[in-house]
Design a protein around this ligand. Sequence first.
Ligand code: F6P
Length: 355
Amino acid sequence: MRIGILTSGGDCPGLNAAIRGVARAAYQTLDAEIIGIRAGYRGLIDGDYQIMERHQFSGILTLGGTILGTSRTPFRNMRVVEEDNVDKVYAMKMNYKAMRLDCLVALGGNGTHKTANLLSDEGLNVIGLPKTIDNDIFGTDFTFGFHTAVDIATDVIDRIHTTAASHSRCMVIEIMGNKAGWLTLYAGMAGGADVILLPEIPYDIERVAKVLDDRAKLGKFFTIIAVAEGAMSQEEAAMKKKEREAARMEREFYNVSQHIAAQLEKLTNVECRTVIPGHMQRGGSPCAYDRVLSTQFGVHAAHLIKQGQFGVTVALAGQQITQNRLADIAGVPKPVDPESQIIRAARNINISFGD
Ligand code: F6P
């Protein structure tokens, strides 16, 4: 059984733990040979791979990043022949054949799953593994990498809290998550943020300013705002994507955190500062939860290979590790539901969503 593995898209903690889970279970339960494909789909297109030795999967459980390397090969360009004149889909199919693979395990986020589905439609045996700090893959309660990023972003908020209080400042912390607010919601709640701004709940800046004023009336002269990088105002939400982009290019600060801080300084008497932890949220060792989840996901992928069940991606549903058809989840968004229990709980403790 020849199993190809690749990691594609933005990296995250837990990728190596998942690779290790696949490999160890495959060596144990299948007569497996594992082929490591370099730098995501790029390696499959270019035929850049190596036959892995068992020892290469040792000592990587706690290691951040990915031992295979990764790249972004946007799905929208997969069928586009670019300047290099390479038919990418044809090249991937040919290299899959040349490697004599029985199946391909693709670890990645939304884009990776769309390409995995495309390759599955093209007749390859593909299994997906859902990783991303954004937790925005449809059909799984959690992706691996998410909880580690929540811990990192929470730690940032904790550290900011003390300096915000000392200086009586409003601190605006911009948290990753692409178009989804999961990471900001969880880190914001865990870090005790006063305001949480999410793409799913467009904000009104006047309402955010009112939170600062109301807190001052109560003798609380500092405020913590956790803002998702994809958060938008109610005016922006009413615009078409292109129009919104153009409006952002026009304003003083493109970044949402800086833009909000500047607006709040005009609307209130409070001094504002911004913090953008950025890629720190994707770096370093996975937390214990992600080590376990990644391992379980990897083992389940090996189980699916043994069963000959392809065209699926591994998922967590409640306490169960299960799988979904790639065709059912690829390209389906998983936004935070503004009416969900967790949002209601946050509102019940007076966290403002700026709406
Ligand atoms: O998808 C993970 C993620 O970190 C997003 O939260 C963020 O928007 C994006 O990747 C950043 O991408 P890049 O690493 O290419 O700058």
